[in-house]
Design a protein around this ligand. Structure first.
Ligand code: RAM
Length: 328
């Protein structure tokens, strides 16, 4: 009798202990590549949202190299693990569509954030800010310090990256009308890889002796370019600007390789992506015009492609980078 009671109690305890693991909702945060401080910050926000919502495990994952092929492998493995949702920052808008459609067919909710997937491959896309505004901002960051105008070049991430390509397109559209004395001489791709970005920055400097600014709309590329300008003794001759994580970039505002850069809050971006994924898991349907509330960040409303944008980009220079470098 005693033994049965003991067994029953032990089983009950075991079930209780095991229960949370089974009951847990799993949301995978799939990033362009691991080892990127921007995505580490997004993951910080994702974990914060998970803790706030309760019962959620965020699986932070991604390939080592920022390619769509490598992300497809990650997605396929998440499908096999039967996660509840995938929130992805894509290295290509189209290449991931079949794998993500397969995920959706199996009941996995799919959100893209930061760098989008084409509408047929996801339910919601969350942009950090308005694409046209970001495109104009990255040119303005260079133009503000070039009153006489001059040559600039763009050092981007992967050549297929949805977000950078949208910003570059918007930047090119703004150039003739708003920045007539700025000449964009080249666009090169460093694949969000430090070594490749460094080589590409060196290549630009060698090919364009009159280059006045390198605009890198990637937190990886901007650091590489600023380091090259520093190492080659070109501070004051070539201004490096673009989108930078203050904690990684402060040293280059301090040493003068850059006058100013911009970014949004990557922590809020990851946080919001998890909120949206969780809403879909809970049964909410994405539809144009629908508003979703995203905890402490506020709310977003979906446009006619079920995409939404968060806040305006924030500018960092020597007056404020110190303060922001402590946050992200
Ligand atoms: C890199 C990535 C990311 C982009 C930032 C600005 O970390 O390419 O997708 O949003 O830069």
């Amino acid at each position: 009798m005693k033994l049965i009671k003991l067994l029953a109690t032990t089983t009950a305890v075991a079930v209780l202990l095991a229960a949370p693991a089974y009951a847990q909702t799993r949301i995978a945060l799939v990033v362009k590549s691991l080892g990127n401080g921007f995505f580490d910050a997004a993951n910080k926000g994702a974990q914060e949202a998970a803790a706030e919502l309760g019962g959620i495990e965020v699986i932070y994952t991604g390939p080592t190299a920022a390619t769509a092929e490598a992300q497809i492998e990650v997605v396929n493995s998440l499908i096999a693990q039967q996660v509840d949702a995938i929130a992805i920052s894509a290295n290509d808008p189209d290449a991931l569509v079949p794998a993500l459609q397969k995920a959706m067919e199996r009941g996995i909710k799919v959100v893209s954030f930061d760098s989008g997937v084409a509408p047929e491959g996801r339910q919601i896309h969350l942009n950090p800010s308005d694409n046209a505004l970001i495109g104009e901002t990255i040119i303005k960051l260079a133009a503000d310090y070039l009153p006489e105008g001059g040559q600039v070049a763009i050092l981007s991430a992967a050549s297929t990256a949805t977000n950078q390509n949208a910003w570059i397109e918007a930047a090119k559209a703004a150039l003739p009308e708003k920045f007539a004395n700025i000449e964009l001489v080249a666009t090169v791709y460093g694949d969000d890889d430090s070594v490749k970005s460094t080589d590409e920055a060196k290549g630009l400097i060698a090919a364009y002796p009159d280059l006045k600014a390198i605009i890198a709309p990637t937190t990886v590329g901007v650091v590489a370019a600023a380091q090259v300008v520093t190492d080659q003794g070109l501070i004051g001759k070539i201004n490096v600007t673009g989108l930078a994580l203050p904690s990684e970039f402060k040293q280059f505002i301090d040493n003068g390789a850059s006058q100013a850069v911009a970014l949004w809050n990557p922590i809020d971006l990851g946080y919001s992506a998890v909120y949206l994924a969780n809403d879909l898991i809970k049964g909410e349907e994405a539809a144009p015009g629908k508003t979703f509330s995203i905890g402490r960040v506020g709310e977003v409303t979906l446009d006619d492609t079920n995409a939404a944008a968060m806040a305006v980009p924030f500018q960092f220079d020597k007056t404020n980078i110190e303060e922001f470098s402590k946050i992200y």
